[in-house]
Ligand binder design. Structure first.
Ligand code: HPA
Length: 273
C-alpha cells in the first residue's frame, strides 16, 4: 500500500495538471452549501471520480467536485463534497481534502457544515462560528504509524480553530448586519439524527451544535499546521422538550436558504487573506 503522503502527492499532481495555482484558502462545502462554489470564478472543475487515489462521495447534497478558481481575486479550491464516516469512510479518508489542500500549498481552511442546534438560543437558519469541538465519533484520522513529515505524533488541540480568523469572521458578520454565534460543535458518527435524550445529553456535555462531519478534518488540519475557520449553519434545533422531526431534505433546504450568510463571511475572509 502506498504511503499517505505519496498517495496525496499523486492526487495533487493530477489537480496541478488542470490548475497550477497555490490556493490561498480551501473551502469544504457542507450539506446544502455546495452552491457557494458558484461565487468562484472557476478555472478548473474536476470530478472527484477523475482524481486518482481519491475517495468516492455518496452523501446527499454533495456533488463530488473540486472547484478551482478565484474568489474575490484570490486563488481558492472548494471541495463540493466531503467524506463522512457514516458513508463507511475511515476517519483518515475524511481528512483527505485537508491533506490535498496542504499538498497544493494551502495553509488556510474554511470548513462548513449543516448542524443541529443544541443551544436553546439558536434558531434554524442561524450561523455559528465553531470555537471548539468535542469528538464523540470515537474515531481519529491520525491512528496508525505517524508520518513526521506530515505532522507531529501528538498534536496539540488547545486551540484548533484559529482565533484571528474567528475574530475576523465576527467582525465581517457584524459589518454585514448578520448574527454569528460562537460555540462548541459536537461531532457524532450518525447517520441517524439524535434522540431527545441524546440532544439533552449533548447539551449538558457542553455542545452548542451537533453534526456528523468536520471533526476529523479539523484534527488533520491541526496535525498539518493548517489554520481553520469553522462555520456551522444551524439547520434544525434539537429541543428535547418540544421535539420536531428532522429529515435530510429539510436540513439541506434550511442550509441552502442560509447560504448567503455563509457566502458573505467566506467572501470577507478570503478578501482579507
Ligand atoms: N444532528 C446531527 N447532525 C446533524 C443534525 C442533527 O440534528 N442536523 C444536521 N446535521
Amino acid at each position: 500500500m502506498l504511503h499517505v503522503a505519496a498517495q496525496i502527492e499523486e492526487t495533487a499532481a493530477a489537480v496541478r495538471r488542470h490548475w497550477a495555482a497555490a490556493p490561498a484558502v480551501g473551502v469544504i462545502l457542507g450539506s446544502g452549501l455546495g452552491g457557494l462554489a458558484e461565487l468562484i470564478d472557476a478555472e478548473a472543475v474536476i470530478d472527484y471520480a477523475d482524481l486518482p487515489r481519491w475517495p468516492k462521495t455518496t452523501a446527499l447534497g454533495h456533488a463530488g467536485k473540486l472547484v478551482c478558481g478565484r474568489l474575490r481575486g484570490k486563488p481558492v479550491v472548494a471541495f463540493q463534497g466531503r467524506f463522512h464516516l457514516y458513508e463507511g469512510h475511515c476517519a483518515e479518508a475524511a481528512g483527505s481534502p485537508v491533506r490535498l489542500l496542504k499538498a497544493l500549498g494551502g495553509s488556510v481552511l474554511v470548513v462548513s457544515n449543516a448542524a443541529g442546534g443544541l443551544n436553546p438560543q439558536y434558531s434554524a437558519g442561524d450561523v455559528m462560528a465553531i470555537d471548539d469541538h468535542i469528538n464523540l465519533m470515537f474515531k481519529n484520522p491520525l491512528i496508525g504509524v505517524n508520518d513526521d513529515a506530515l505532522g507531529p505524533r501528538f498534536p496539540d488541540m488547545s486551540c484548533p480553530y484559529d482565533r484571528q480568523l474567528q475574530e475576523r469572521a465576527m467582525a465581517i458578520a457584524t459589518g454585514s448586519g448578520l448574527t454569528l454565534h460562537r460555540g462548541v460543535y459536537v461531532g457524532v458518527l450518525g447517520p441517524n439524527y439524535e434522540t431527545r435524550a441524546e440532544y439533552r445529553m449533548l447539551r449538558r456535555l457542553g455542545g452548542d451544535a451537533v453534526g456528523m462531519s468536520t471533526v476529523p478534518e479539523v484534527i488533520v488540519a491541526q496535525h498539518a499546521g493548517v489554520r481553520v475557520l469553522g462555520l456551522s449553519t444551524i439547520a434544525n434545533v434539537g429541543s428535547p422538550d418540544a421535539p420536531e422531526e428532522t429529515s435530510g431534505h429539510d436540513v439541506l433546504a434550511v442550509a441552502a436558504a442560509a447560504a448567503d450568510k455563509l457566502a458573505a463571511i467566506v467572501g470577507g475572509i478570503v478578501e482579507q487573506l
